[in-house]
Each structure stands twice: as C-alpha cells, then as structure tokens.
Design a protein around this ligand. Structure first.
Ligand code: MN
Length: 203
C-alpha cells in the first residue's frame, strides 16, 4: 500500500493574505508531493510500507539502515506537511480554548507569551526545519524545534502544533523576513484542530 498525497482541506487561496496562493500551490503540489513519491520509492517492499506514517517515523531506528535516511527525510516530510495543512484554516477559533488554553496559560504565562516563545524558537532554528508545540514525555507542554523534516515523535514527544520554517514555506511572499511570516501565521492556525490534537495526545 502506497502513501498518498492528501488533498488540501481548503482552496489554495484560502489562507491569503497571510500565506499566498502560489506558495500553497508549490508547497502542496510540488514539495509535499515529492516527499510522498520519494517515501514510496524508499519504503516499497519493507514491512513499514503498510504502517501509518506517524508509526513509521516513531520507529525510524527499526527501518533498514540503507533506507533510513530517505525514510527519515521524506517520511518526515509527509507526516509534517499532512499535519500542517489540517492545523491551518481560514476560519475557526483564533486562539486556544478549554483545557489547551488553560495548559498554555499555566506553562507560558499567557497566550501572547506562548506565541513570543514559539516565534523566537522559529527564528532561531538555523537553516531548514520546524518549530513545535509538543507534549513531552512527562505529559507537559514544551516548545522545541527540529532540523530538516525531523518530527518530535522520533524523540518520544507528541507534536500538537508545528510551523514550517523552510524557506519554501514563506520566501515568495516574505523573502528573508522569517519573523514576519511567523507573526502572520497565527492568523491561520486552526485552534479547534489543535485542541483536539492536545486532547488526543493527553489520552
Ligand atoms: Mn514545507
């Protein structure tokens, strides 16, 4: 069974003006599609080809060594982008609610303080990578970042929310202004879905 490129749950233009149409087209149809195609080529014929992608990335150290780098990069790319699309929306709650709001306030002091810390981690990720809100091994919220297409699940953490800080995610519109992109991106976060991810991760 091969992995498939998921459809976007909204139009390419839906996240304008914060994320531009051409970036969405290239990011989904070219970048994410390439990760899926390369993942399928690498994983074909192994026992991992039939697992959910998050389980593949959680068990990277079991993937045959000669295929592991390709699966890490392209499988991580597939997992990260699949989650990324669905945690954005042109509508929905614009800030966390319920238990997640309480947990963010307890951990970071306020929603604004959380966003500042997340943005800071995104700015400081050198080169290509992702910035994350995770549930750590102790069940606490934490902000972290990863290089390339690595996902926190490989380190036993559960990603609640991630933002893509590869230049392909923002360069057409924001050029070198990554902090501006990070700041604008909060306008399209789907806090309804993020809250559901938090509840599921908490079990
Ligand atoms: Mn990307």
């Amino acid at each position: 069974m091969a992995f498939d490129l998921p459809k976007l749950p909204y139009d390419y233009a839906a996240l304008e003006p914060y994320i531009d149409t051409q970036t969405m087209q290239l990011h989904h149809d070219k970048h994410h599609a390439a990760y899926v195609n390369n993942l399928n080529a690498a994983i074909e014929g192994t026992a991992f080809a039939s697992l959910p992608i998050d389980q593949v990335i959680a068990r990277l150290n079991e993937v045959p060594e000669e295929k592991r780098t390709a699966v890490r990069n392209n499988g991580g790319g597939h997992l990260n982008h699949s989650d990324f699309w669905v945690t954005m929306t042109p509508g929905g709650s614009k800030e966390p609610t319920g238990e997640l709001a309480n947990a963010i306030n307890t951990k970071f002091g306020s929603f604004d303080a959380f966003k500042s810390a997340f943005n800071d981690a995104g700015v400081k990720r050198f080169g290509s990578g992702w910035v994350w809100l995770v549930l750590d091994k102790s069940g606490n919220l934490a902000i972290t970042s990863t290089a390339n297409q690595d996902n926190p699940i490989t380190d036993g953490q559960t990603a609640i929310l991630g933002n893509d800080v590869w230049e392909h995610a923002y360069y057409l519109k924001y050029q070198n202004r990554r902090p501006e992109y990070l700041g604008a991106w909060w306008n399209v976060v789907n806090w309804d879905v993020v809250g559901q991810r938090y509840a599921k991760a908490r079990g």
